[in-house]
Design a protein around this ligand. Structure first.
Ligand code: 5GP
Length: 343
């Protein structure tokens, strides 16, 4: 059940068709499900998990949605979000992992998963770095969002597309396409959006929740980060330290999207944002990195060299400090790729 190896559009469609049919058979046969996704969940992780939860509950299944990290405030209004728990359930017949190229991306450990003892593991992912670590793997690196893959699953299931499902899946696709702007956005993305709007997703209410509900801490964190910004050779980078976070009154989720401001600069081809991790002492500072590209270079390759992953235009990883060394290593890597691109 692997669409990533497909070489033509027809092959891809047929691989996805086979994957969907096999997954639907499995879903219909089992009764209890866990759904989870990656740590520091974003709109695709949450919208997809909750969209799938509503689909499965419509089919009469028992579903637990668990996330290791807290749900960001801008997604707490999603239908069903308040039911999300941190604890993994005991022995679900099926554990479905969304948007993760390995178990550890969920924030739970292999040991946590073993303790949970799921009957069957299912992995649904759209990362190029996607790997077949489960019993059932559906990986489509051409999909703009896992939410779009689950939309196809929902349509193929013949179940009614409820307002809740439409709202969750629309949010997933909206956010993972950068508001329908990334290269992965195509005509079928808009066809999907049209269908979901007709089924009750309220595009302007969702946009208001996701893009126009910022906390003051988030705007102040952006201000702090911009004071550190450097631009050189088509690359922009900036960082935020714990001290700056405190000054801004910001929490971790307030740093989401700062990197998009950097890549939004006209002549910038690649952007890097570093956030100091709170749990580390002075001697062992570590940083979360967010990388973005306008498509010329593949920042998933850069993140991969530092132990992370992602997509051509958006990736992330964690690097050891100190700050100067982390910046020097990552910017040198990105600079080399940009030089090769522009040679
Ligand atoms: P963000 O910068 O928004 O945290 O992440 C951008 C993209 O990179 C997302 O698609 C996310 O799944 C992926 N990503 C971020 N951090 C990691 C990581 O540590 N490992 C892997 N494999 N992917 C990551």
């Amino acid at each position: 059940m692997m669409a990533a190896g497909a070489t033509s559009m027809t092959e891809l469609e047929s691989a996805n068709g086979d994957a969907i049919a096999a997954l639907l058979t499995l879903l219909r046969m089992r009764q209890t499900f866990l759904i989870t996704s990656h740590a520091r969940p974003d709109g695709d992780a949450l919208g997809s998990a909750l969209g799938l939860m509503h689909l499965l509950e419509g089919m009469g299944k028992q579903v637990t949605v668990a996330f290791e990290d807290p749900i960001p405030a801008i997604y707490q209004w999603l239908p069903g979000a308040l039911r999300i728990q941190r604890n993994l359930p005991s022995a679900p017949e099926v554990a479905i992992v969304l948007e993760c190229d390995c178990i550890e991306r969920t924030g739970y450990s292999q040991a946590d998963f073993k303790r949970m003892a799921p009957g069957i593991m299912v992995n649904v992912d759209h990362h190029l770095s996607g790997r077949s670590y489960a019993e059932v793997n559906w990986i489509d690196a051409s999909a703009c969002a896992v939410g779009a893959m689950l939309y196809d699953l929902a349509v193929a299931s013949g179940e009614p597309m409820t307002e809740y499902m439409a709202t969750c899946l629309y949010t997933a696709v909206l956010t993972d396409t950068g508001g329908f702007t990334y290269p992965s956005t195509n005509a079928s993305t808009f066809a999907l959006a049209e269908h979901l709007l007709r089924r009750g997703a309220d595009s302007s209410a969702i946009a208001r929740q996701v893009y126009f509900s910022n906390t003051v801490g988030k705007i102040r964190a952006l201000g702090e980060a911009l004071t550190t910004m450097r631009i050189e050779d088509g690359m922009a980078w900036a960082w935020i330290t714990e001290e700056q976070m405190d000054r801004a009154g910001a929490v971790v989720e307030d740093c989401e999207g700062i990197v998009n401001t950097l890549i939004g600069i006209g002549d910038v081809q690649a952007a890097v944002f570093l956030r100091e991790l709170p749990e580390c002492g002075e001697a062992t500072r570590r940083f979360r990195l967010s990388l973005r590209s306008k498509g010329g270079i593949d920042v998933a390759e850069v993140a991969g060299r530092f132990g992370g992953g992602g997509h051509r235009t958006a990736s992330g990883c964690t690097v050891e400090g100190p700050l100067e060394r982390a910046i020097a290593a990552v910017t040198a890597d990105v600079r080399t790729m940009l030089q090769r691109l522009n040679a």
